[in-house]
Write a protein that binds this ligand. Sequence first.
Ligand SMILES: NC(=O)c1ccc[n+]([C@@H]2O[C@H](COP(=O)([O-])OP(=O)(O)OC[C@H]3O[C@@H](n4cnc5c(N)ncnc54)[C@H](OP(=O)(O)O)[C@@H]3O)[C@@H](O)[C@H]2O)c1
Length: 202
Amino acid sequence: MKLYDQIKSAGLSIDILINNAGYGRWGDLTSHDRDDYTKMLQLNITTLTDLCHLYIPDMVTQGGGGIINVGSMASLSPIPYASVYSSSKAYVLMFSEAIRYEYRDQGIKVMALLPGGTESEFARVATEKSEKLSERYKEGSAAGTGMQTSHEVALECLEAFEKNKQYILCGGKNRLLHMLTKFMSRQRVLEMVGGMFKKVAG
Ligand SMILES: NC(=O)c1ccc[n+]([C@@H]2O[C@H](COP(=O)([O-])OP(=O)(O)OC[C@H]3O[C@@H](n4cnc5c(N)ncnc54)[C@H](OP(=O)(O)O)[C@@H]3O)[C@@H](O)[C@H]2O)c1
């Protein structure tokens, strides 16, 4: 990979790899074309996997390292109207946990970062209806369920990485919501999440 070669030829070594680049597409499955999804899966899954595959041998040689793969709260349940995106983020969580185990005795700490709604360009890229989403979050802010800032997410991420956590779901409200879903059937969770996303992305 070009990026890997350029970093290598500059004589740099990587202590912590953070796979953050990613984007989503919202709407029902056929509202975006197949090429668009292929590009998204290339970035969210294939590139992330390639970078781990390239850097892990170097980290093993240098006696350790760290990897933070950015998943999403969407890694934790299927999301109707973001089906391909949420499935790609489920991969990020599964993959990160699996390689964490494989390399745990070789000084490599792997963690999946699962942000919930975070202020960024993300919603604008994901849907033309992002204003609707922003409005919903503003309403949520008043009720204390709004978006986190990227600064807040980064702080939670670093704190969890220091503690060598397997994954971190960011935001107290998101953690509470996720905990509540553990008492529901998968069908009920699907209905709840589907209903929420239909309003903003359907
Ligand atoms: N914001 C949220 O609510 C939220 C929630 C959960 C998870 N996440 C995840 O957080 C990560 C960062 O997203 P964000 O919220 O910061 O959104 P963002 O503001 O849209 O940033 C996306 C980042 O991905 C990079 N990127 C996009 N397409 C790329 C490509 N084809 N090749 C290389 N880089 C590319 C962008 O680079 P350029 O700036 O050069 O375009 C940018 O740095 C993503 O993995 C996203 O899935 C976000």
